[in-house]
Ligand binder design. Structure first.
Ligand SMILES: NC(=O)c1ccc[n+]([C@@H]2O[C@H](COP(=O)([O-])OP(=O)(O)OC[C@H]3O[C@@H](n4cnc5c(N)ncnc54)[C@H](O)[C@@H]3O)[C@@H](O)[C@H]2O)c1
Length: 254
């Protein structure tokens, strides 16, 4: 099979919808074998079936260390290699410092940040054994800016950025050809943002005329992820790749 990631084996967490689904579809179309994981088994299996032979579904809670261990053991047994790890699964709950509950803070850190630590820690030895590869961590514009409504979410995404840098330098020094980068989108049209916006403002954003706040499509993020997964980005390690049409660098008075 030809393609920009032909011959590679990739894990995509949270692959049953939104950006993860778009990543899985594009990587498979570009020649990779994709293991997509999710807690939502029904939707995940349906997406894998739609993609076809190149995709396999694995039920996983990304915050569970034992689920990571079973996943990586299964990938090693069934595929014999792992080249790409995309830590994509996450949840969004909003709340400023006074309104966010400690429960919500802990849940968000478990699912959005601990998961990335566990995923890299568990999968890195197999990626190294496979001759090197690429780890892509979905962070957010909220890791780079102060967003009062996302006290916990933005902090967890900043932790993902910090871990990305630590792992990138670790991998560089280890010299085994593994790279680790973070991706920082802002406002993608996915079920995550639709649900949040509907809850927050009572708006029905499935109406395209009302969805102008969210202009980036999941498929556009998937193209960046594909680039980072492919050998075209072989000299990019530790980068924070924004995909936000300039929003993180635009002062409010402009
Ligand atoms: N949508 C945006 O505007 C936006 C902006 C910045 C960053 N991001 C990040 O991009 C990534 C994808 O976001 P999305 O908008 O596609 O989200 P989404 O909510 O549409 O999809 C997330 C997927 O993760 C799965 N998931 C949730 N908890 C899980 C768990 N514990 N274990 C396994 N799977 C779990 C969900 O079932 C779902 O399929 C996330 O990391 C998100 O934080 C999104």
């Amino acid at each position: 099979m030809s393609g920009r990631v032909a011959g590679k084996v990739a894990i995509v967490t949270g692959g049953s919808r939104g950006v993860g689904r778009a990543d899985a579809e594009l990587l498979a179309a570009e020649g990779a074998r994709v293991i997509l994981t999710d807690i939502n088994e029904e939707a995940g299996r349906a997406v894998a079936a739609e993609i076809g032979d190149a995709a396999t579904f694995f039920k996983q809670d990304v915050s569970s260390e034992s689920d990571w261990q079973s996943l990586v053991a299964t990938v090693e047994k069934d595929f014999g290699q792992l080249d790409v790890l995309i830590n994509n699964a996450a949840i969004l709950e909003h709340g400023d410092i006074l309104n966010a509950s400690y429960d919500s803070w802990q849940r968000i850190f478990r699912i959005n940040a601990d998961s990335v630590f566990l995923g890299i820690k568990t999968a890195l030895p197999l990626i190294e054994k496979s001759g090197g590869g690429s780890i892509i961590n979905m962070s957010s514009s909220s890791a780079l800016m102060g967003m009062p409504a996302f006290a916990a979410y933005g902090s967890a995404k900043a932790a993902v950025r910090g871990l990305t840098q630590s792992v990138a330098v670790y991998c560089h020094k280890a010299g085994k050809g593994v790279r680790c980068n973070s991706v920082h989108p802002d406002g993608i049209v996915t079920p995550m943002t639709m649900e949040m916006a509907e809850k927050a403002a009572g708006m029905n954003l499935s109406d395209p005329a009302r969805s102008r706040a969210f202009v980036c499509q999941p498929q556009e993020v998937a193209k960046l992820v594909l680039f980072l997964a492919s050998d075209d980005s072989r000299h990019i390690n530790g980068a924070a790749m924004t995909i936000d049409n300039g929003s993180t660098i635009t002062p409010p008075y402009v």
